[in-house]
Design a protein around this ligand. Structure first.
Ligand code: ATP
Ligand code: MG
Ligand code: FE
Length: 336
């Protein structure tokens, strides 16, 4: 089964061809980061326009790299939510046009289902059930993956997503956008114990997250230092912030996996490529006897391969969307 997958939910225009769910024939990602960096974050209207300019070339390249033509394809998969509505619409309209013109099956995919499925690309032995810590630019979820496409959300963030906190803190300490990779890098030069930032928990629900408190604590610390005309040690701030966030992510994940009696833990989303988080989770999983999986960095951040992988399992279930498939900016995980 050959699936052409399209992803345009945020600021990456991406297309891929995936064979039998787990074999990557091509993976094309055209990032708009250079453009949005000028504005310190993603500008939705610009993102939509750039998707329109680039999507045909990106798809063409994905087909050429895979050595296939549209007639070889069995289904066209596309992210239809959640994400920026204008950005999503470009991919959805494109996928519908291709599927309609070629008479192929159309499969709408949930973006976060895609992020979770990214774990299946390089780990051929991995199968549900497993636990997943989803930490991306817009989501922080603890998810029990009961079967392919079947999810139970055990914990979620009450305010900022983990990636959002990285991006906001990076901006505050002058590292620019996107902040996650930059904090990851400078934190290597800093002392994670230098400054004590809060490890927030949500009283009544032990698996939920809250990252606005640690973000505010960093901002307050920076303002305090400025007021005193004191120096701000950027690597120390980055390392201490990163430690505060990863401590919470790891402890909640381990606790939930124990309570739900899950033996396998996966990580997904852009923040899953964070080196400190990977290291801390590795150590904790080894101590507690859990198997740990995470994708290579290129499959952690937005890409279309993960959409093709998730779509394959929907394909096997017989899912086929109609020409009324629409972009759903706030689509819930596990809903169709
Ligand atoms: P969502 O998937 O929730 O819709 P998104 O698609 O924007 O949001 P992703 O592409 O999964 O998010 O990930 C981007 C986020 O990951 C950004 O917030 C970025 O700062 C963060 N990120 C990327 N690399 C790292 C890293 N090494 N350390 C920490 N954060 C990182
Ligand atoms: Mg992005
Ligand atoms: Fe994403």
């Amino acid at each position: 089964v050959l699936i052409l997958a399209i992803e345009s939910s945020c600021d990456e225009t991406a297309a891929a061809v995936v064979k039998n769910g787990r074999q990557v024939l091509s993976n094309i990602i055209s990032s708009q980061i250079d453009i949005h960096t000028l504005y310190g974050g993603v500008v939705p209207e610009i993102a939509s326009r750039k998707h329109i300019e680039r999507i045909n070339q990106v798809i063409e390249k994905a087909l050429v790299d895979a050595g296939v033509t549209l007639s070889d394809i069995d289904a066209v998969a596309v992210t239809y939510g959640p994400g920026l509505v204008g950005a999503l619409l470009v991919g959805v309209a494109e996928a519908k046009a291709i599927a309609f013109a070629t008479g192929k099956r159309l499969i709408g995919v949930h973006h976060i289902e895609g992020h979770i499925a990214a774990n299946l690309i390089e780990h051929k032995e991995l199968e549900p059930p497993f636990f997943s810590l989803v930490v991306s630019g817009g989501h922080s979820h603890l998810v029990k993956v009961k079967d392919y496409g079947e999810f139970e959300i055990i914990g979620r963030t009450r305010d900022d997503a983990a990636g959002e906190a990285f991006d906001k803190v990076a901006r505050a300490i002058g590292l620019g956008y996107p902040g996650g990779p930059k904090i990851d890098k400078v934190a290597k030069e800093g002392n994670p114990e230098a400054i004590e930032f809060p490890r927030a928990s949500v009283g009544d629900s032990p698996y939920d997250f809250s990252f606005s408190g640690v973000k505010s604590a960093v901002l307050n610390y920076i303002n305090g230092q400025k007021m005193k005309d004191a120096k701000i040690n950027v690597p120390d701030v980055a390392a201490s912030f990163q430690k505060a966030v990863t401590d919470v992510l790891v402890s909640h994940t381990i606790q939930a996996a124990k309570d739900y009696d899950m033996k396998t833990i996966t990580m997904a989303g852009g923040v899953a490529s964070n080196s400190a988080l990977r290291q801390a989770m590795k150590t904790a999983c080894a101590e507690n006897g859990f198997k740990l999986y995470y994708p290579s960095p290129v499959y952690c951040t937005d890409n279309a391969v993960m959409i093709g992988v998730a779509a394959y399992y929907e394909y096997l279930k017989g899912v086929s969307d109609g020409w009324n498939l629409n972009a759903v900016p706030n689509l819930k995980l596990g809903e169709r």
